[in-house]
Ligand binder design. Sequence first.
Ligand code: BES
Ligand code: MN
Ligand code: ZN
Length: 491
Amino acid sequence: MQLKVVTTKPTKSNVDMVAVGVAEGKLTKAAGLTSFAKGIREWAVARAKEQGFEGKRGQTLELALPGSSSPHWLLLVGLGKGPHPVAACRELGFRAVSAVRRQSTLYIALPATTGQELQVAATSALLGTYRYDAYRTASAPRKSKLRSIQLGVIAEIPDSKQAIHRATVIADATAKARDLVNMPPNDLTPTALAETAKSWAKELGLTCKVLGKAQLQKERMELFLAVSRGSAQAPQLIHTVYAPKGAKKKVVLVGKGLTFDAGGLCIKPAKSMVDMKCDMGGAATTLGAMHAIAQLGLPIEVHAIVGAAENMTGASAYRPGDVFKARSGKTVEIINTDAEGRLVLADVLDYACELKPDVIVDHATLTGACMVALGHHTAGLFSNRSELAEQYKEAACLAGESFWQLPLDRDLRKVLDSPIADLKHCGDGYGGSITAALFLEEFVGQCPWVHNDIAGPAFLDSAHKDQPKGGTGFGVATAVAFVEQLASQEV
Ligand code: BES
Ligand code: MN
Ligand code: ZN
């Protein structure tokens, strides 16, 4: 896709289609329309009235313009009431691109005035053509013919080239993360995930170490190994390192990589199991973010560490009542084998802490409880440092993703007390995403840490805004923005 930023007026841009954002009830004031001749503007306003287009969020109206000169098409995109500029840019970028069918060139009239807004618009425009067709044998249905996009801004934006470059890298990394989540679990096994990580590392000039079963035993990762025992698939700990010269800070990204979660012996009902290929969503976000960070050459040392396994019911499966010793030395009594993610993460977080990073950020499709609390479009964020939580949320705002902080409520810690071991791995069900986070906290010691429970937004049953049905790549853009922010801070 060719993507460029222009200050040319839409009527002078020589494209097939012009997309214009319209705030609710403000059609006559839409900035992108002003360069059109008065007659055309009045005509468009009349058509919009006829069709009931008011500029409500999600509304679009495609109009074939009278006359033979370009543009031939005008697309009105509703932005809702008082749209936030970042949200408006994201909405406009995506809606414009997804409305395109036959047209091959598009101009999007953007309200962007900052590089960040431009970046968000470009990212969502690039992701507007995303689809997952890898497993279709029939000719792929209706592909967009779009080949070039002009992002029209009113005044020159400094660093616009950089914004477009970042958008390209982030959109590509997000699409890669989506592909990983969408890939069926018979093909995306822990080993296949490790092979993918290795090939990305090779392409980017990074080192990638993979620990198999024997090495996990050597590391005494009994919790991680216990989870994988019911499966014929070998567990894999994937550790990719990006270490640019002169880096002054070190970040470890950790991801839950359950390539399938049947629940183990505490088996899930069929309805809850059907989409459980998504349980490596945290791993996808982690590896996707790493891909973008390395491509952008950010001046920070970054480690991406993924615990990949499959939670099945085989003859050697771990049981409720079993007790295992974590890598950290703590003993853990197993309660529900479906709470497997925190066990894998416990050993991986302990391993990550040994690297003595400035911060650990984990992503995990950890609890259904988080989805109950926050729904499908917002991730639950936890941190053992309040200023770090603030910083992460700020990055999320810049990236246009939704995170909501939940408390590491120490009063709930007692539900993890075990009658026979150091701790149980799950509580009584109440505050389930909090007790899961409290369990993880036992394994990060004093290391500054952010935990993102992405069970809701990692995978969607139906498309929502610029998020497609299926894998979303949620969290990639925020993780990259966070690392960029760290890089720009003084040490
Ligand atoms: N992978 C699931 C959480 C999940 C649920 C992710 C729905 C995405 C969509 C996790 O391993 C799990 O099964 N958690 C249990 C924990 C419980 C047994 C304490 C849950 O949330 O029910
Ligand atoms: Mn589970
Ligand atoms: Zn799981």
